[in-house]
Design a protein around this ligand. Structure first.
Ligand code: NAD
Length: 490
C-alpha cells in the first residue's frame, strides 16, 4: 500500500504525487503524496488546535505517548529497516541500527523535564524561570538518516508540549510517512502530522505564519534560506548543517586499535553523515602506515545493494548527489594526487561509488575544501601539530573534529584548539541523546539532544515576585537603583 500523509490524525493522499527511487537499482519504489498548500494550511490549523490541549496535557501522558511510539517502532523494526534500506540505500544491518536508535531517542527524550528554576528566593523577592512550549514546530529533514532525524525532532517537540509537522526529504519520505501512520493510534489528532513534498513545501513551512519554530537538518545553503525565509515572523530556528570534519592523526597513534574506527568514521553510510571524517590529517612519520592500514580495510568492503546480507557499503542516496561526488572524483583525478584504492565508478545500475582513498593531496582542491558527502577520503600529510590545527580550522564549517593519539591528555589539549561543536579523542562522530550536539561557524545554530537541546523548544518566562516593603511602595531597593544608574535596567 502506498504511504499516506498524516493530517489531523487521519490518512490523506494528494492530487499530485512524486516517485521515490531505490538508489541500489534506480527503479521506482513507490509514489508519495506531494502535499498541496491547502493541505499544509490544514495541517497547521490542526496542529494549532491540538497545541491548546497538548501543552496542558500531563507530562507523564506525553512521556507515555512517546514511549508507546518507541515500543511500536521497535516491534516493527524489521519492516521499518527494510523500507529504510530500500529508500535510502544503507545496508540492512545499518538500517536496523537506525530504527533502533530512533526508538531509543524517543525513549530517552521522553524522560526530559524542565521544572521551574528558582533563581532567588529571599526576603526581598522570589525570581523563577518557567519554561513554556512555543506552539507549532516545523521539522525539516535530509535524506541521509531520515528516520533517526525525524524521531529526534518529534521527541523533542512533543515532550516539551509543542505540536509538530514533519517534512522529510523527497528522496527518503517513506519511513517518516510510516512513522506518522504508526502515531495515529497513539497520539491525539494534530499532535504529529507528516507532509511530504519537494523543497517548495519546506519553503512554505518556513514562511507559514502558523509555525512558530523551525528545526532543520540539512545543507548550509538551505539553512541560510530558512533563516531568511522565517525572519519576518522572527521564528525560533535550530539548524544542524553540514560539516567538513578534520581528524588529526598524530605520529604516536595506536593504529592496531585506531584503523577500523578511523575508516568507518569516514565511510559509514557511504560518507553521507554530517559528522563523518572528511579530511584526514596524518603526521608524516605515521603517514605510510595509516595509508596502508586504511587501504587494507577498504579492499575488504563489499559494495552493493543494502538488502544483500554480504553488503557492507551501499550506494550514494540519489542521482544529484551521485553526479556531485563523481564530479569531485573526476576533478581529483586531474590533480597529482595518488588514488590508493577505488576511484573507478562501476558500470552498473545504481548510484555506486567504491570507497576511495586519496593520498598526497592538500587544501586548494575540491575534495579537501568542500564537503563531498560521499565515500572519498583525502589523506593529508602534516609535519607539526600547530600547523595541523591551523589547517584543520581553515574552513567555514565547524561541526565535528577528532584527534588520534596514545597520549590522551595531549589529545584533549589539541582537541580544545579545534573549532568544532564536538571534538573527540580516539573516536569520531559518537552521538548520544544525553549529550548536546551542534555546530559552530557555518555548521549550525543552537543545539540538539540533552536538556540544552530540548530547551530550544521552550520559551523562558521570568516571574519576579517582590517581597520587600520598599518594592511594594514602588520605591526601588538600593541595589536596583545602582543597576539603573549603571544603565543595566533597560
Ligand atoms: P538539503 O538542504 O538539500 O535538504 C534538506 C531538507 O530541506 C529537505 O527536506 C529539502 O526538501 C528541504 N529544503 C530544500 N530547500 C528548502 C528551502 N528553501 N526551504 C526549506 N526547506 C528546504 O540537504 P540534503 O541534501 O537533504 O542533506 C545533505 C546535507 O545535510 C549535507 O550538507 C549534510 O552535511 C547535512 N546534514 C547535516 C546533519 C547535522 O546534523 N548537522 C545531519 C545530516 C545531514
Amino acid at each position: 500500500m502506498e504511504p499516506t500523509l498524516t493530517i489531523d490524525g487521519r490518512p490523506e493522499a494528494s492530487a499530485r504525487s512524486f516517485p521515490v527511487i531505490n538508489p541500489a537499482n534506480e527503479t521506482i519504489l513507490c509514489h508519495c503524496p506531494d502535499a498541496t498548500p491547502e493541505q499544509l494550511d490544514r495541517a497547521v490549523d490542526a496542529a494549532a488546535r491540538a497545541f491548546r490541549s497538548w501543552r496542558q496535557t500531563d507530562r507523564d501522558v506525553r512521556r507515555r505517548g512517546l514511549e508507546t511510539l518507541a515500543e511500536k517502532l521497535s516491534e516493527q523494526q524489521e519492516e521499518f529497516a527494510r523500507a529504510l534500506t530500500l529508500e535510502q540505500g544503507k545496508p540492512l544491518a545499518a538500517a536496523r541500527g537506525e530504527v533502533g536508535r530512533a526508538a531509543q531517542i524517543l525513549r530517552i527524550t521522553a524522560a526530559f523535564d524542565a521544572p521551574v528554576e528558582v533563581l532567588e528566593d529571599s526576603e526581598r523577592r522570589r525570581v523563577e524561570v518557567r519554561y513554556e512550549p512555543l506552539g507549532v514546530v516545523g521539522a525539516i529533514t535530509p535524506w541521509n538518516a531520515p528516520l533517526l532525524l525525524a524521531a529526534g525532532k518529534v521527541a523533542a517537540a512533543l515532550i516539551t508540549g509543542n505540536t509538530v509537522i514533519v517534512k522529510p526529504s523527497p528522496y527518503t519520505p517513506v519511513t517518516t510517512l510510516r512513522l506518522g501512520e504508526l502515531a495515529r493510534d497513539i497520539l491525539p489528532p494534530g499532535v504529529l502530522s507528516v507532509l511530504t513534498g519537494g523543497d517548495s513545501l519546506g519553503k512554505a513551512m518556513t514562511e507559514h505564519q502558523g509555525i512558530q519554530k523551525l528545526t532543520f537538518t540539512g545543507s548550509v545553503p538551505t539553512g541560510k534560506a530558512i533563516v531568511r525565509g522565517s525572519a519576518d515572523k522572527l521564528a525560533h530556528v535550530t539548524l544542524e548543517l553540514g560539516g567538513n570534519d578534520p581528524a588529526i592523526v598524530l605520529e604516536d597513534v595506536d593504529l592496531d586499535h585506531a584503523a577500523l574506527p578511523l575508516f568507518w568514521a569516514a565511510f559509514r553510510n557511504s560518507g553521507q553523515i554530517c559528522v563523518a571524517i572528511k579530511r584526514l590529517y596524518v603526521q608524516a612519520p605515521a603517514y605510510d602506515a595509516v595509508c596502508e592500514a586504511l587501504t587494507r580495510i577498504a579492499n575488504d568492503v563489499r559494495l552493493g545493494d543494502g538488502l544483500d546480507s554480504e553488503t557492507t557499503l551501499g550506494p550514494i542516496q540519489n542521482a544529484a548527489q551521485f553526479v556531485r561526488v563523481v564530479g569531485i572524483l573526476e576533478d581529483t583525478l586531474q590533480t597529482d594526487a595518488r588514488i590508493l584504492t577505488g576511484g573507478t565508478v562501476p558500470d552498473r545500475p545504481g548510484y555506486f561509488v567504491p570507497p576511495t582513498l586519496v593520498a598526497d593531496i592538500a587544501e586548494g582542491t575540491r575534495l579537501v575544501d568542500e564537503e563531498p558527502f560521499g565515500p572519498i577520503l583525502p589523506i593529508i600529510r602534516f609535519a607539526d601539530v600547530d600547523e595541523a590545527v591551523e589547517r584543520a580550522n581553515r574552513t567555514v564549517f565547524g561541526l565535528g573534529a577528532s584527534v588520534w593519539t596514545r597520549d590522551v591528555e595531549r589529545g584533549a589539549e589539541i582537541a580544545a584548539r579545534l573549532e568544532a561543536g564536538s571534538v573527540w579523542v580516539n573516536q569520531h562522530g559518537a552521538l548520544d541523546p544525553a549529550i548536546p550536539f551542534g555546530g559552530v561557524k557555518q555548521s549550525g545554530q543552537g543545539f540538539v539532544y540533552s536538556a540544552a537541546g530540548l530547551k530550544e523548544y521552550l520559551d523562558r518566562r521570568v516571574i519576579h515576585v517582590a517581597r520587600s516593603k520598599a518594592s511594594h511602595t514602588g520605591i526601588p531597593p538600593r541595589d536596583a537603583v545602582g543597576d539603573a544608574e549603571a544603565g543595566a535596567s533597560t
